[in-house]
Design a protein around this ligand. Structure first.
Ligand SMILES: Cc1cc2nc3c(=O)[nH]c(=O)nc-3n(C[C@H](O)[C@H](O)[C@H](O)COP(=O)(O)O)c2cc1C
Length: 399
């Protein structure tokens, strides 16, 4: 990974791996790192597509210099996305190549000035405009809010490569191989979904708009800004992204509970038995204080059913459950079933908030009965109701 890697005639991956950052966007755990993918096209004109996070500039620059033919300079930097994990090296890049012309759309150039004070040698492009490098012809597609307002994609008409920005990208550094046929795809697919559901999912409608715009385009390679480059089976990730952004779900249920002393957990175990008795195999159980929210959101995005159970804490929902409920509303998830239950010892409060969530969002989440509330510790009747909730949820997701 110390030098550029050819992905097609004249096109090179010049990205870097970050195995140091613990939390992407200071929020999302990176147990296996993340790659910041950037690309270089060598033609009559030389173009770079995106940069890397600031601290990785020297690795990036070394790759550029090693590939750059003698006597040539870098002519263009195309900015698909201004988030600093991709734009962080722009300012120093401009110092290294002062003649460089920076290409972005109107919004990109506003961000460029705001973040880095760069205003010189910029070219604003419109949706559908084409830039000729020689053999390679790059067409720009503005795809706002996938996932920032300035995001765009760059399509190389010659090689049929789509430089897609953050779309189709995911967590996980690239360890050796960079292509879909060289890596453990099962791992990356999970991490692409974790990236999508937590970061891009809220803008699913805009992802669908982008799909409409790209309709009919022959795509042989997808080169995103994170994760593997799809050269063998790009249609696989396109299909997954299409399904996820249409909020199509799989048959399965996510169980999330918050419990301090085990009573609420006991209720969730009864729910799980009910699901199992109706043949549900894909059950993902999360103790909310043990699983990071990003993995819970990933599973909820994937499956059709969600059951949440919470103890009461100072008159309210258990604090991390509150965070989950707010995250669900922020992601604007749809077409799913939800079941809720709670426990308390004097005044209650947790269940009320979960029911309020279900009622507020009843167009997007269909409530599955019964709703159960246990005082102190669940009795036999409570546990039977929990099993019934599991059975009813199983029937709902199979209907
Ligand atoms: C710090 C703390 C705060 C609590 N606050 C409330 C409360 O405001 N209202 C209430 O009815 N119960 C309250 N409870 C009681 C628990 O919600 C109740 O015992 C519940 O059954 C605990 O479930 P668990 O065993 O799954 O943790 C509180 C318990 C603790 C430890």
């Amino acid at each position: 990974m110390h030098k550029g890697i050819k992905i097609h005639d004249g096109i090179f991956w010049i990205g870097v791996n970050d195995n140091e950052t613990h939390l992407f966007e200071s929020l999302w755990p990176l147990p296996k790192g993340v790659s910041y993918n950037a690309y270089m096209i060598l033609d009559e004109k030389v173009a770079l597509i995106d940069t890397v996070k600031g601290g990785y500039f020297s690795q990036y620059l070394n790759k550029i210099k090693a590939l750059l033919p003698k006597g040539k300079a870098v002519d263009y930097l195309i900015i698909n996305h201004m988030e600093p994990d991709h734009s962080g090296a722009i300012k120093v890049l401009v110092e290294a190549f002062p003649e460089l012309k920076i290409i972005g759309n109107k919004k990109t150039l506003q961000f460029l000035e705001g973040f880095y004070g760069v205003t010189k040698n910029t070219i604003s492009v419109e949706d559908g405009e084409v830039l000729e490098l020689g053999k390679h012809k790059l067409k720009f597609y503005l795809t706002p809010m996938v996932h920032w307002p300035e995001t765009m994609m760059t399509y190389d008409i010659t090689s049929r490569t789509l430089f897609s920005g953050d779309a189709f990208g995911g967590f996980g550094a690239l360890n050796g191989g960079i292509f879909d046929d060289q890596v453990d795809l099962e791992y990356y697919e999970d991490e692409i979904l974790r990236y999508f559901s937590n970061i891009v999912g809220r803008y699913s409608g805009m992802v669908q708009r982008a799909f409409k715009k790209l309709e009919g385009l022959e795509i042989k390679i997808i080169a995103a800004t994170h994760g593997p480059v799809w050269r063998s089976n790009p249609s696989k990730i396109i299909e997954l992204y299409d399904r996820w952004s249409k909020q199509e779900t799989e048959e399965g249920v996510v169980l999330v509970y918050g419990s301090m002393y085990g009573n609420t957990q006991k209720m969730m175990e009864a729910v799980a038995s009910g699901l199992c008795s109706e043949g549900v195999k894909k059950i993902r159980l999360h103790n909310i204080t043990q699983s990071h929210l990003s993995f819970i959101i990933r599973d909820i995005w994937r499956f059709k059913g969600l059951i949440m159970g919470s103890c009461t804490y100072n008159m309210e929902l258990f604090p991390p459950m509150k965070q989950l409920v707010s995250a669900l509303e922020n992601r604007m998830m749809k077409n799913r079933y939800v079941g809720v239950f709670g426990s308390y010892s004097w005044s209650g409060g947790a269940l009320k908030e979960l029911e309020e969530f279900a009622n507020r969002n009843n167009k997007d989440w269909t409530l599955v009965e019964p709703v159960i509330e246990a005082l102190h510790s669940p009795n036999d009747e409570d546990l039977q109701k929990c099993e019934l909730l599991g059975r009813n949820m199983a029937k709902a997701i199979k209907s």
